[in-house]
Write a protein that binds this ligand. Structure first.
Ligand code: ADP
Length: 191
């Protein structure tokens, strides 16, 4: 069973690469951003709270997202398959909670793949996406805050996985296919 994390700054291509990885390795895609956006569009109590954080480019509270992810893991349709986590963990507390919740389910992560993309490129990709995505957080002011939050709260997660010997950095610049090839090479060594 391949359980993995796709990691990197907002706009690094996590979602795009996840789709290709899911097709090739038949994993269940769990994107916390998508889970939150679905709570928002269904106008649930959680969604109303989450939207306030997301619109500003801040992280939603750890306890909230950890509960949402736990439910999504337990409700995934095919339990024989591995999972690809996209957008989680985003803090060290989330990483600790993730490893614990997987252990309790006789699962564990195999690798965290960190996609490295220049800041300049990230901003232009997010602004371009904002023209069509309709996302409330793809505007310049919010993007800048998301990148700051990424550096201060999320980058320390790399160290956590380095210490577990599960960290792999990948060059996230280039064509979608080039980047996907780099990922498959890493996964070939992990599986
Ligand atoms: P991106 O990686 O492009 O910023 P996501 O769709 O992964 O986009 O996340 C959008 C927003 O949802 C984040 O800026 C944050 O507010 C919230 N979010 C998603 N995942 C998490 C998480 N694991 N912890 C806290 N907040 C999260």
């Amino acid at each position: 069973m391949l359980n993995m994390i796709i990691f990197g700054a907002p706009g690094c291509g996590k979602g795009t690469q996840s789709k290709l990885i899911v097709d090739k390795y038949k994993l269940t895609h769990l994107s916390t951003g998508d889970l939150l956006r679905s709570e928002i569009s269904s106008n649930t109590e959680l969604g109303v709270i989450a939207e306030k954080y997301i619109t500003k480019g801040n992280l939603v509270p750890d306890e909230m997202i950890i509960e949402i992810l736990k439910k999504a893991i337990d409700n995934r349709p095919d339990k024989s398959n591995g999972i690809i986590l996209d957008g989680f963990p985003r803090t060290v507390a989330q990483a600790v909670a993730l490893e614990e919740m997987l252990k309790n389910r006789d699962m564990s992560t195999v690798v965290l793949i960190d996609l490295h993309v220049d800041n300049h490129e990230l901003i232009s990709r997010l602004l371009y996406r904002g023209e069509t995505s309709g996302r409330c957080d793809d505007n310049l002011e919010t993007i800048k805050n998301r990148l700051e939050v990424y550096i201060s709260n999320t980058v320390p997660v790399c160290n956590f996985y380095q210490n577990l010997n599960k960290y792999k950095a990948i060059d996230g610049m280039g064509t979608i296919e080039e980047i996907f090839n780099r990922i498959t090479l890493v996964l070939a060594r992990c599986t």
